[in-house]
Design a protein around this ligand. Structure first.
Ligand code: 8OZ
Length: 362
């Protein structure tokens, strides 16, 4: 039997296997941006994963960019998430929450009265978001002033504290997919002239400050980060030198003693070879600096790929996205090499139980 199905220790967490449910946006939060009753069922159904990573959850009202995504900043949200974590723990699962700020991928109708999206830049992305009434182009952002960034870092810190109060086993900071932290990282979206723009070390500063704050608040053994060095998601564009940028990011984060680094290989949800990038060099660099840290891979893995990557030592954990939406018992199906249910595209975002909690087990 492959090590994929064997228990593993990741930071402070004891996981039953190396199969992870990737963070998946589902747009079904209740009023107040609180996880719904259905979310309790949905996550509990998937608790046999070694680790569940929740859907991206905004750290503040300003961090929201789509309709009906949950937050992790209010007392009501903490209480709502507590029901999710209790249900997952009752089934022996482990669950971390993904901390999200969308930056410029937002729309004024989703933000507090009078606010516009904030970013590294005042340049708008060429893209759409989903608001009440359907898809709409994202609103023009304003560039954050450097004196506002400590408040953003504090919002991440506060959200991490809320996560622990809600019973989560830890957090994953969303540094991927063209959202706020990625907007600061890449020179394709960062045109700043202050200490947070220009050279790689400046562009990585906001992510580093966020990670330091979260680790200071809850501990490195309960903290992970998701990166997507070459995804073109959300019109982020390619950095002029992604290898150098993300090697710097890894060098900077490794000393924090993180539980895991989660890497999207290629285009999120798409081509694994969208742009050249040496992911293995990144992993080796991380492992040299922090041997106990887990390396989590994601993007289009099927059973044999996952077994091979873990058994060859090229990854410690494998995150599955769409297969986990359609197969609540994915771990068991992979174990016995059973066929998988296909995912229904029409019910991915928004709606109720259909395509959410009604996928059949074996
Ligand atoms: C799909 C739809 C909306 C948001 C990401 C949080 O790509 C997302 C997302 C995915 O990281």
């Amino acid at each position: 039997m492959s090590a994929l199905f064997e228990p593993v220790r990741v930071g402070d967490l004891a996981l039953a296997n190396r199969i992870v449910m990737a963070p998946l946006t589902r747009n079904r939060a209740a009023p107040g941006r609180v996880p719904s009753d259905l979310a309790v069922t949905y996550y509990a159904q998937r608790a046999s994963a070694g680790l569940l990573i929740t859907e991206a959850s905004q750290i503040s009202p300003e961090g929201q960019g789509y309709l009906d995504t949950p937050g992790i900043y209010s007392a009501q949200q903490v209480a709502g998430w507590r029901r999710v974590t209790d249900a997952v723990h009752a089934r022996g699962g482990r669950i971390v929450i993904q901390l999200w700020h969308v930056g410029r991928i937002s729309h004024v109708s989703l933000l507090p009265e009078g606010a516009v999206p904030v970013s590294s830049t005042a340049r708008a992305a060429n893209g759409k978001t989903f608001i009440a009434g359907g898809f709409a182009p994202v609103s023009a952002p304003r560039a954050l002033r450097s004196d506002e960034l400590p408040r953003i870092v504090d919002d991440y810190r506060h959200a991490a504290r809320c996560a622990i109060e809600a019973g989560f086993d830890g957090v994953e900071v969303h540094g991927a997919n063209g959202y706020l932290l990625d907007q600061f990282l890449r020179d394709s979206a960062n045109d700043r002239r202050d200490a947070y723009g220009g050279p790689v070390a400046h562009r990585a500063r906001l992510l580093a400050e966020v990670m330091h704050a979260v680790v200071d608040e809850i501990g490195g053994g309960r903290t992970g980060v998701r990166l997507s060095p070459v995804t073109p998601s959300n019109d982020i564009g390619q950095d002029s030198d992604p290898q150098a940028l993300f090697e710097h990011v890894i060098d900077r984060l490794a000393p924090l003693g993180l539980a895991f680094v989660h890497v999207v290989e290629g285009q999120t949800g798409g081509a694994r070879d969208i742009a050249p990038f040496d992911f293995e060099a990144l992993r080796e660099r991380f492992k040299r600096a922090h041997p106990a840290g887990a390396w989590m891979v994601n993007n289009g893995y099927h059973r044999q790929m996952a077994i091979d990557v873990v058994d060859s030592g090229r990854a410690d954990l494998v995150a599955f996205g769409r297969p986990f939406i359609a197969n609540p018992d994915l771990v068991q199906r992979l174990r016995v090499d059973a066929p998988l249910n296909a995912v229904q595209a029409a019910t991915l975002y928004g709606g109720g139980a259909e395509g959410y909690t009604d996928y059949p087990t074996l």
